[in-house]
Write a protein that binds this ligand. Structure first.
Ligand code: SF4
Ligand code: SF4
Length: 643
């Protein structure tokens, strides 16, 4: 990543290519909040920051990250802000204001979109934010372009004094390809003292100059090296593509042997559109197919351009049914769309694999403390006179809205929303809503966006319970540090922030429980549900994967004594594998009894506390090896009572 070897070709993931591009651009500053599919970028930057003499941080949230980049830019620094699609939306106010006041040192935002929402709650098209804020937008197709676009984006940003948005999608972030390295700057450019009349102040009269910058950018994009055309000089049928659509489109034209008569225009500069360049290839076209992820962004813009020029062109794409309106593009749906465009029959489908893979449900990991919390919560809520309302939030525990968490949620909006939605419901309990209101957040989300809502709910004394699922990690995105962990992105040890002390300072009633100590945790939970006002319960137990990584769990063996397990006959209806649902609890179909998968099980011992027959045993593996511990004995927590 830091080798000064211009011309050397390396196999790189898209996220790695972005990091390399940032190093070649000589960045001074990088900030991000983790979000898939681009979480690795800042993690890698943090590791090489000292060597390359720049600063990198995992910010508390995306607004902090972008505004810190604005501060760095004022001192002439090149600043890189990395967010995912939802994070970009979080920055909307900051972004629109920054777009109006402009930048001094180059400021580039890399935003990663997740079409089909592989690791997100929703799919979203970041490109609208560039349009709305009035900033330039680039989108790479290959790993080489991902690397090359970063220095280009910084140069562009400084040339016109504007933020540049580089949009990635999952397949570019996680795909791999060859990248020819460029040269590294010898030493970082010197920072500039902020002078008395230097200005990055958002006032409305800056709107006009911001629009002028867009016009200047349009001129630059007319000759950008990131736009290419292949095909006949005046094509009747034209394919226009951006991002992954370019690769799928090129592959489809090859498969259909249609490259000679069909024009193919690949765009890397998506906003403002290089209108003259597009029109040059569009004028003769009768039919145009647009390939893009996810919304008909280019389709609408190019359609408007054609209309303005009085061209009679039939457009096909995401909005006209030629391609699915939602979800990812793929080689098959793109090939089918191009085959329809040119009137060709579809090439023979590639044979599918012999094995039909089963659909994998979203599930908490084996030994995940959230499974225990949601199990206890569901049980406690069912025992209320009127079932309560559970308001979800975003993190691993988003999965609690599905079978992994006993379908716990009635409502779940976006990251940090839970405490606010619950506050609204909690206030209504004084106006006739006869239900308990519970919400939750993880420790990273607590710092990210919960604090203002917590202050609001406490100040207005809402009747609600906030459960802080403190697993000591930003687990879902790969264990990045947050203010509660005592580490920075650059590996520095700092004083961690104490969540109970913060809650105490805000004035909430706070208790702490261990979800693996199921008896005590349930008692505390039920007591707090009955307590009026704003209550907080911290469910504290480190993430199972973190414990496994740190090897901080006692080595134990968990197994089912099949002579005690009555299987289908015991009336528990496969309680461990069906209801509790840890991936370590499986079924032995030969004996029709439960079993533990020793590879998956991490030895938390909670299923042993829940088995009604006491058939699940936990056995220490080290100093007291072979001592069989009866069900209910607590090897991992202070409790020890049977559930
Ligand atoms: S919960 Fe206990 S008794 Fe029921 S199937 Fe599982 S191990 Fe057997
Ligand atoms: S002890 Fe039981 S609940 Fe814990 S990881 Fe193993 S199988 Fe899952």
């Amino acid at each position: 990543m830091t080798a000064n070897a211009p011309g050397q070709v390396c196999l790189m993931q898209g996220n790695e290519a972005i990091v390399r591009g940032a190093v070649e651009a000589g960045i001074h500053f990088a900030a991000s909040y983790p979000g898939s599919p681009s979480s690795q970028i800042l993690g890698m930057l943090g590791k090489i920051a000292r060597e390359r003499n720049f600063y990198a941080e995992w910010s508390t949230n995306e607004v902090c990250a972008l505004q810190a980049c604005c501060g760095a830019s004022l001192a002439g620094a090149r600043a890189l802000c990395v967010v995912k699609q939802n994070g970009l939306l979080c920055t909307a106010d900051a972004l629109h204001c920054a777009a109006q006041h402009g930048v001094k040192g180059g400021l580039v935002i890399v935003s990663s979109d997740d079409p089909s929402a592989h690791s997100s709650t929703n799919e979203f098209d970041s490109r609208w934010q560039a349009l709305s804020a009035g900033i330039p937008l680039l989108e790479p197709t290959t790993m080489q372009e991902a690397k090359d676009m970063i220095p280009y984006a910084f140069e562009l940003s400084e040339a016109v004094g504007q933020i540049v948005l580089v949009r990635l999608t999952t397949r570019v972030c996680h795909g791999r390809g060859n990248v020819a390295l460029g040269a590294l700057p010898e030493k970082p450019r010197a920072l500039e003292r902020v002078k008395e009349w230097d200005r990055m102040v958002c006032v409305c009269y800056m709107h006009g100059p911001a629009l002028q910058k867009l016009e200047e950018l349009r001129q630059r994009f007319e000759v950008s090296p990131f736009n290419h055309y292949d095909g006949p000089e005046a094509p009747r049928r034209l394919v226009i593509a951006g991002g992954t659509g370019c690769l799928y489109g090129q592959e489809a034209l090859r498969r259909l042997n249609a490259g000679a008569e069909t024009g193919f225009l690949a765009l890397g500069t998506l906003w403002p559109l290089p209108e003259a360049y597009i029109l040059k290839h569009l004028r003769a076209a009768e039919e145009v197919l647009i390939l893009e992820e996810v919304d008909p962004f280019l389709e609408q813009a190019i359609q408007a351009l054609a209309g303005r020029e009085g061209l009679r062109v039939r457009f096909l794409g995401r909005s006209g049914g030629a391609l699915p309106r939602i979800g990812e593009l793929d080689p098959d749906n793109v090939t089918a769309a191009i085959a329809r465009l040119i009137g060709a029959s579809l090439p023979e489908k590639r044979p599918a694999g012999e094995l039909e893979l089963p659909v994998r449900e979203m599930s908490f990991c084996a030994g995940c403390p959230h499974r225990a919390t949601f199990y206890l919560l569901k049980r406690a809520m069912r025992q209320e006179k009127h079932p309560g309302v559970v308001v979800g939030d975003i993190g691993c525990y988003f999965m609690a809205g599905q079978s992994a968490g006993q379908y716990a949620y009635q409502v779940c909006n976006c990251m940090g929303s839970g405490v606010n939605v619950a506050e609204g419901l909690g206030q209504l309990t004084n106006y006739g809503l006869d239900q308990k209101v519970v919400t939750m957040c993880g420790d990273s989300t607590f710092f990210h966006t919960i604090l203002p809502g917590l202050v609001n709910a406490t100040y207005h004394n809402a009747n609600m319970l906030l459960i802080v699922l403190d697993n000591s990690a930003t687990a879902m995105t790969g264990f990045q540090p947050h203010p509660g962990t005592g580490l920075t992105a650059m590996g520095e040890a700092v004083k961690p922030m104490d969540i109970p002390k913060i809650l105490d300072a805000v004035g909430c009633k706070v208790e702490v429980a261990d979800p693996f100590d199921v008896v005590e945790a349930e008692k505390t939970l039920r007591r707090l549900l009955d307590q009026p006002g704003m209550n907080v319960l911290i469910m504290r137990q480190p993430c199972a994967t973190l414990k496994a990584k740190e090897r901080s769990r006692k080595p134990v063996r968990v197994y089912v004594d099949q002579s005690v397990c009555l299987g289908d006959g015991c009336g528990c209806d496969k309680y461990c594998s069906r209801v509790w649902g840890c991936p370590g609890n499986t079924w032995d179909f030969r004996n029709n009894k439960a079993q533990i998968d020793p590879v998956t099980c991490v030895g938390c011992g909670v299923c042993a506390k829940l088995c009604p027959s006491g058939a699940i045993r936990v056995e220490e593996e080290s100093e007291e090896r072979n001592r069989c511990v009866p069900a209910g004995a607590d090897l991992t927590t202070k409790g020890g009572e049977e559930a």
